[in-house]
Design a protein around this ligand. Structure first.
Ligand code: M6R
Length: 369
C-alpha cells in the first residue's frame, strides 16, 4: 500500500502533483467560470464579507498564511490568519460580515472545530477547507471546499498542505470573480498557471536526489534555520516544522527581513541555513533583498542552502548549495519551494533511523484540546 515507497510520507510527497491536479479538477463551468459547488453560502453574503479570518493549526495554519498573500492581493479583503487555539480564547472581533475559513486535513482538530463554533455563535459564516469527507468540521460549517489530496496516512502533513494552498487559491479567485475584483480572463490566466503546477512539482521531485544526498550528510546537525520572505516566509516555517517533527532537530523559521532584528545573532560558522529565494521577476525587489541576506549570513560563516528558481544566477556566489525549482508566478511558488524542504526532512529522519510516518509524541489528528 506504500506503492513501493519506503514510507507513507515518501509516497505522499510523491503524490503531490496529483493532489494539486485533483484539487483543481472540475471547478469550472462550461463557460470556463469558476464554480465551487460545495460552497452553499449565498452570493450576497460573500459579496458583503469585509474580513476573512483563517483558523487552523500546524501545517494547515501555514497554508492559511500563504493564502493571506494571495487573497488580499486578488480580493482586496483583509485576511487574518490565526492559530485556532489562540483565536477562540481571545474574544475575537467577528460578526455577520466575517468569513471564517477553517483549514484542516482531518476535519477533526478540536481547536479548529471550537474556533468554528465560536465564530458562528458570533454570527460569522464558516467555510471549511478539509480533506476528509464526512468529518466533523465540514458538518459544523456553512459550506465546504474539499481538498482532493486522497487519504494522508503519515503524521506529517505534506500533500494535504499543497492541496490546501490550491483550495484557498480557488476560493480567492472565486471571491475575486464574484466581487468584481477580477475579470474572467484574469481569473482564467491564473487558473492556467495553477494547472501548470503539477508538472512543475513533478520536476522538483525528479530533482530530489541531491536534496537527499545533502540530508544524509547533515544527519548529525544539531540545528537548522530557515529563512523566507513574502510567501516564502510560511514556507520557511513549514520547513522548520517538518524537520522538528520528523528528525527531532531544533529548527526555526524566520521572516528574512527579521534577520537583523535578532535571529542573525544565532549565525555562527557552520550553521546550516535554508533560504527560500523569491523570484527575480517578482515585484518590490524582494529578490535582491533576500540575496543580500544570504550574503550577510554567509559572511558570518553560515552554510547556505538556497532554494531558487531556474535561471536565478544571482544566488550562486553566496550559496553552498542550490536546489532549483522551475519558474512560477510569485504567489504560486510555495507549491514548489516547500517540496525540497519536505524531502529534506523525510530523508534526514530516515537517515537517522527514525519512523517518519509515526514521529514520537505526535498523533495524526489532535482531537483533544
Ligand atoms: O488535521 P489538521 O489539518 O487540522 O491538523 C492540523 C495539525 O495538527 C497538523 O497540520 C500538524 O501540524 C501536522 N503534524 C504537521 O505535519
Amino acid at each position: 500500500e506504500k506503492g513501493g515507497f519506503r514510507s507513507f510520507m515518501d509516497k505522499e510527497i510523491h503524490d503531490q502533483p496529483h493532489a494539486v491536479a485533483d484539487t483543481l479538477l472540475g471547478r469550472t463551468d462550461v463557460r470556463g467560470r469558476l464554480v465551487l459547488d460545495e460552497v452553499r453560502i449565498s452570493e450576497d453574503v460573500l459579496r458583503a464579507v469585509d474580513k476573512i479570518v483563517v483558523v487552523a493549526c500546524g501545517t494547515a495554519a501555514y497554508a492559511g498564511h500563504v493564502a493571506k498573500y494571495a487573497i488580499e492581493h486578488w480580493c482586496r479583503v483583509p485576511v487574518e490568519v490565526e492559530l485556532a487555539h489562540e483565536f477562540r480564547y481571545r474574544d475575537p472581533v467577528v460578526n455577520a460580515r466575517t468569513l471564517v475559513v477553517a483549514i484542516s486535513q482531518s476535519g477533526e482538530t478540536m481547536d479548529t472545530l471550537m474556533a468554528v463554533r465560536h465564530a458562528r455563535e458570533q454570527g460569522a459564516t464558516a467555510l471549511a477547507i478539509v480533506n476528509t469527507h464526512g468529518s466533523t468540521i465540514p458538518r459544523e460549517s456553512d459550506a465546504v471546499l474539499y481538498t482532493h489530496a486522497g487519504p494522508e496516512i503519515a503524521v506529517a502533513s505534506t500533500k494535504a498542505f499543497l492541496a490546501q494552498i490550491t483550495a484557498t487559491y480557488l476560493l480567492g479567485l472565486y471571491l475575486a470573480q464574484l466581487r468584481g475584483n477580477m475579470f474572467a480572463d484574469e481569473v482564467e490566466t491564473i487558473l492556467a498557471e495553477l494547472r501548470a503546477m503539477p508538472d512543475k512539482i513533478q520536476t522538483v521531485l525528479d530533482r530530489s536526489a541531491r536534496v537527499q544526498e545533502i540530508a544524509r550528510w547533515m544527519a548529525d546537525t544539531p540545528s537548522v534555520l530557515f529563512l523566507g520572505r513574502h510567501v516564502g516566509y510560511p514556507v520557511a516555517l513549514e520547513g522548520a516544522l517538518k524537520l522538528k517533527e520528523l528528525a527531532y532537530i531544533h529548527a526555526e523559521g524566520f521572516a528574512a527581513g527579521e534577520l537583523k532584528h535578532g535571529p542573525i545573532a544565532l549565525v555562527e560558522p557552520g550553521q546550516p541555513v535554508f533560504v527560500v529565494v523569491p523570484s527575480p521577476r517578482g515585484r518590490h525587489s524582494l529578490h535582491a533583498k533576500v540575496v543580500s541576506n544570504i550574503q550577510e549570513i554567509r559572511a558570518r560563516g553560515a552554510r547556505t542552502i538556497v532554494i531558487a528558481e531556474d535561471g536565478d544566477e544571482a544566488v550562486v556566489p553566496f550559496a553552498d548549495e542550490v536546489f532549483r525549482v522551475p519558474q512560477a508566478p510569485t504567489l504560486l511558488a510555495p507549491l514548489l519551494s516547500v517540496v525540497p524542504l519536505q524531502v529534506f526532512a523525510c530523508e534526514l529522519a530516515t537517515a537517522k533511523g527514525l519512523d517518519v510516518d509515526q514521529p514520537r509524541n505526535l498523533a495524526k489528528s489532535v482531537t483533544v484540546e
